[in-house]
Design a protein around this ligand. Structure first.
Ligand SMILES: [Zn+2]
Length: 282
């Protein structure tokens, strides 16, 4: 989207730009898009004094040369992809972290139970999978808490980790995460860091995952298709194809990481092993 289109969608003339100097950006490494659609015109500010404490936000961690990374999977569970992903991870005996949509947790609890039984970490990715950039602060707070509770109901505890939808970090996201005791996980390695890889370009996607590999990486895959897994309009064909491509690339990506001498661990293990005594800026 060019700047003019963005402004038009945001309902702003050029005179309005200064008033929204901080439209909600996406903070993921390699995805530093300058602006995103701001339908709701909600502020990205964090009100001082509303919440005590703080929240850590991690893209990756400095491991001092230790070859270790965390595989993560977003938007599951789904009947299309999750069992296959669990089979692949089981075959290579590597743990991962699943950022779950609460609505899908409720619909497919057996797959979440299998994640836990197989030794994977489960984490919160909201209940309804709307971007925080287009939801009211009250709705953002509610979907994060409800997502955490959907997991707690199944596995006993609210999860430690939260990943915002599309990497959209707003003031409300930070405040709600702090209040709920979440750490925030973004990512440093993805299928398409330059946003130029075709959805069905398996070789390109595989190469992106392998070339971007680094020590302490948080690698993002998907075993779901966003809200289209439960919307009345049905699965989004483009997303299904994009996810199919990712999962097809997964075995060779894991093999490449193993061949490079990498260990794969849960995101809690990655951070806790290497971040003792320092915060996310360290
Ligand atoms: Zn997502």
């Amino acid at each position: 989207m060019d700047r003019r289109t963005f402004l038009r969608r945001a309902g702003l003339g050029s005179a309005g730009v200064a008033a929204v100097a901080a439209p909600v950006g996406t903070y993921a490494l390699g995805h530093h898009v300058g602006s995103t659609q701001l339908d709701g015109n909600y502020s990205a500010s964090v009100k001082a004094g509303m919440t005590r404490g703080g929240v850590n936000v991690w893209w990756s961690v400095d491991t001092d040369g230790d070859k270790v990374l965390a595989l993560t999977f977003d938007d599951g569970p789904t009947k299309q992809f999750t069992a296959e992903v669990l089979d692949i991870l089981g075959r290579y005996e590597v743990p991962a972290t699943f950022f779950l949509i609460g609505e899908m947790v409720v619909r497919l609890p057996d797959l979440v139970q299998r994640m836990v039984d197989d030794g994977h970490e489960v984490a919160n990715h909201t209940y309804d999978h709307f971007s925080a950039a287009i939801q009211s602060p009250a709705d953002v707070r509610a979907t994060i808490e409800r997502g955490a509770d959907a997991i707690a109901e199944l596995v006993g505890d609210r999860p430690r980790w939260f990943r915002p939808v599309k990497g959209h970090v707003t003031g409300t996201v930070l405040t709600a995460a702090a209040e709920l005791g979440h750490d925030l996980a973004l990512w440093s390695v993805s299928r398409d860091p330059g946003n130029g890889t075709a959805v069905d370009d398996m070789a390109g996607v595989r190469a992106n995952y392998i070339e971007a590999l680094h020590e302490g990486a948080v690698v993002i895959f998907h075993d779901g298709i966003g809200r289209s897994a439960f919307e009345a309009t049905g699965p989004d064909d483009d997303l299904v194809l994009a996810r199919r491509t990712e999962i097809d690339a997964l075995p060779e990506v894991i093999e490449a990481y193993l061949a490079e001498g990498y260990r794969m661990v849960s995101i809690s293990e990655l951070i806790d092993e290497h971040a003792a005594g320092r915060d996310a800026t360290g």
